[in-house]
Design a protein around this ligand. Sequence first.
Ligand code: C2E
Ligand code: MG
Ligand code: MG
Ligand code: MG
Length: 288
Amino acid sequence: RAKSGGRGRSMLFTADQEERLVERRRLEEDLHQAVQGRQMVLAYQPKFRLRDGGLDGVEALLRWQHPERGWIPPGLFIPVAEETGLIHKLTRFVLEEACRQALRWRAEGLEVPVAVNLSAAEFGAGQGTRLVQEALEATGGDPRLLEVEVTEGVFLRKAERAAAEVAALRRLGVRVALDDFGTGYSSLGYLQHLPFDVIKVDRQFVDRIEEAGPSLHIVDAVIRLAHGLSAKVVAEGVERRGQLQALAELGCDQAQGFLLSRPLAAEALPALIARRRPGQDVTKLEAA
Ligand code: C2E
Ligand code: MG
Ligand code: MG
Ligand code: MG
C-alpha cells in the first residue's frame, strides 16, 4: 500500500489516486514499447494561404496507435514522455520521419514544408537544435522543407537561452514558428530578440473572432505586430466559415483547422492538392 509522508504526516493514497498512479505507470511502460515498435505515426494537418487558397505546408502531429487501447492523443502521452526523458526519442522519430516525408513528396513533384513541434523540455539548452541537425544529417533532409514550432511558454522561464536557440535553429536554415501565441503568460519583451518566421495565433482567440469583441481586437493586433516583425501569421483551429472571412479581412496569412482539413495520412495529401484550384475564393474553400 502506497504511503507518502507530507509535512510529518503519513497519508494513505485514496483509491482514486492509486488508480491514477497505476494507470500512469502502465502508460510509461507502454510508451517505452511504443517508441521501439511501430506504434507511432504522423498525421499531417495542412495550412492554407488566405490570399489564394494555396497549400502552404503541413504540421506533423504525433499519433500513438496502442495495440489494445487504440489511438491515444498526444495531450495524454507527451507530458509522460517529457517527464521520463522519452521525449527525445519521440522527437528524433518525428523529425526524421518529417524530413523523409518531405523528400518523398518532393520526389512526387510536391514542395510541402513540414512543421514539427518541439517540446518545451528540449528547448533552451541546445538540445532541440542538436536533434534537428542530426535528423537533417541522418535523412539528407532539406532544411528549407523543415519548420520547427516552439510553444510560447518556454520564453517565460528561460528567455535568454531560448532566444539563442531560436537563432541557432535559423542558422541551420529551418524556419521557426511561435506556437500557441497569447497563451504563455510571457511578456512581449522577448519578441525584441527573437526573429520568428511565423507566429501561430492560438485557437482560443480564433474561436471567438466572429463576435466583434475582445478576441477580434487581439487577433487584429497580433497580425499587425507579427507583420511589423516580418513574421507570417497562422490562425489555428478554424472551424467555421465566418472565422475564415474575419481572418481574411484582417490580413491573416494562413489558416489551419478542421473546417479546411483534419490531420491526414501522408498518402492523402497529393489528392487534396490536386483538388485545389489556385486563386479560388478562400472563404468558399471546401473542407478536405
Ligand atoms: P498544437 O501544436 O497547438 O497542435 C494543434 C492541435 O489542435 C492538434 O491536436 C490538432 O489536431 C488540433 N486542431 C487542429 N485544428 C483544429 C480545429 O479546428 N479544432 C480543434 N478543436 N482542434 C484542432 P493534437 O494533434 O491532439 O495535438 C495536441 C498538442 O500535442 C499539439 O498542439 C502539440 O503541442 C502536441 N504535439 C502533437 N504532436 C507532437 C509532437 O510530435 N511533439 C511534441 N513535442 N508535441 C506534439
Ligand atoms: Mg503546433
Ligand atoms: Mg498550435
Ligand atoms: Mg495549440
